[in-house]
Design a protein around this ligand. Structure first.
Ligand code: UD1
Ligand code: CA
Length: 419
């Protein structure tokens, strides 16, 4: 099999986002846009991946995982110029080059695999991805000859009235033979209207010199969505959210109401856990098996929940570990807490983890019973099987011994609980 290297175009500012943040760093389902594309690039077997960065390149570079090469496109002179700026990455290389855009988070690895396969079996100079959409406004249109062969991609701004009615658009995903790409890109001229070098012009160049150009169509129109503005962002989030939920269901998680459940892309949930409606689970969260989460729960980043835990209505957990069989069934907040096994967190319990300067840790050991409305002002240690009385305010620095009982405001340690 031939080698595959991938270039991801991500230098643009994303003017239409109206944002200080580079477009590819806008999060969707808890993950920056570019992350979805990187994942596809890896999944289709890219041996090397190079991201072309420009606008706020330092910031974007920091978000890239290790092993991803990046180059800076000095002046944003268009998509062909972006590919040219990765010349060093392709130097001496003779395999296939996959080109992706950093702003197409709905693209699937299955479709890109199909594209690469077709490119190789057809022995084409270039194979690119098209989609048939209801509203092609803004996209490059696919111009075909009478027999259906591709002739060119016409950018929206340069298209005639008739061409603008074409519903088949360019997704911005291309597979090239590297030698053919290297040669043809030299002939791309500056587009007089936009003052940019269009990568899409390469299609007409290749066709003109008699090279084979083929296409693959996406199975659904939505897969080709390129994020240009906030509305696109919301559309892609809705699609990705349902994909994420579907995956969980396939893996044995009950999602009672997919319409009102929000789970980020990088969450792990064990079998036979039930997620009730109106629940938000953010990224970097792990939940075990046989748990019950929600309704109306918010599980925030850095949280690890063991098996058989219940987190009920109006409960919020942030950067917190909950041990096996711990119950937190009613409105309460745990932040920066390390909670052992079989702990009961009563209704209205709050860890006051932030003192205005630092986030402090609350430790609650196995079998502890934290009474309703207890306020634990961190740092606090609640010993094994200790009890806090209802409405108790535990001052910072308090260490409640194993089986200790603390009550009152401020909390006083009274005695030891009997076994
Ligand atoms: C591009 C395609 C269009 C296609 C659409 C799909 C061109 C000329 N047009 O248009 O045919 O239908 O994508 O979404 O290619 N970028 C750089 N450097 C630049 C300019 C852009 O890296 O100088 C990157 C952007 O960051 C982005 C990608 O290239 O990730 C596409 O750029 P964008 O400006 O969104 O192109 P479109 O106008 O959408
Ligand atoms: Ca775009």
């Amino acid at each position: 099999m031939k080698d595959l290297r991938t270039i991801i175009l991500a230098a643009g500012k994303g003017t239409r986002m109206k944002s200080q943040v580079p477009k590819v760093l806008h999060p969707v389902c808890g993950r920056p846009l570019i992350q979805y594309v990187l994942e596809v690039a890896k999944a289709v077997g890219s041996l090397k991946i190079c991201a072309v960065l420009g606008y706020q390149h330092e910031l974007v570079r920091q978000s890239l995982p290790k092993g991803i090469v990046s180059v800076v496109q000095k002046n944003l002179l268009g998509t062909a110029d972006a590919v040219k700026s990765a010349a060093a990455f392709l130097k001496g290389y003779r395999g296939d080059v996959l080109i992706l855009c950093g702003d197409t988070p709905l693209l699937t690895k299955e479709t890109v695999k199909r594209l690469i396969q077709k490119h190789r079996t057809a022995k084409a100079a270039c194979t690119f991805l098209t989609a048939v959409v209801d509203d092609p406004t803004g996209y490059g249109r696919i111009i075909r000859g009478k027999a259906g062969a591709v002739l060119a991609i016409r950018e929206h701004k340069d298209a005639t009235e008739v061409e603008r009615n074409i519903g088949e658009i360019n997704v911005g995903v291309y597979c090239f033979g590297c030698p053919e790409l290297r040669e043809a890109i030299k002939s791309v001229k500056l587009n007089p209207k936009k003052k940019e070098f269009y990568l899409t012009d390469i299609i007409e160049i290749l066709v003109g010199q008699g090279s084979l150009v083929t296409t693959v169509e996406t199975p659904s129109a939505q897969e080709g969505l390129g994020i240009n503005d906030r509305e696109d962002l919301a559309v892609s989030a809705a699609v990705l959210r349902q994909r994420i939920l579907k995956n969980f269901m396939v893996e044995g998680v009950t999602i009672v109401d997919p319409q009102t459940t929000y789970i980020a892309a990088d969450v792990k949930i064990g079998e036979d856990t039930t997620i009730h409606p109106f629940t938000v689970i953010e990224n970097d969260v792990r939940i075990g098996k046989n748990c019950v989460i929600g309704p109306f729960a918010r599980v925030r980043p850095g949280t690890k929940i063991a098996d058989e835990v219940q987190v009920g209505n109006f409960a919020e957990v942030s950067r917190t570990h909950l041990g096996k069989q711990t119950l937190m069934k009613h409105f309460s907040f745990l932040g920066d807490a390390r909670v052992g096994v079989k702990v009961n967190i009563g209704a209205g319990v709050v860890t006051a983890n932030y003192d205005g300067k630092n986030k402090n840790v609350t430790q609650i050991a196995d079998g502890a019973f934290v009474g309703s409305d207890s306020i634990l002002i961190a740092p606090v240690k609640v010993g094994k099987k200790a009890i806090t009385g209802a409405g108790c305010v535990v001052k910072p620095g308090t260490v409640i011994p194993p089986q200790g009982v603390i009550v009152g405001v401020p909390g006083r340690i009274l005695r030891r609980r009997k076994d």
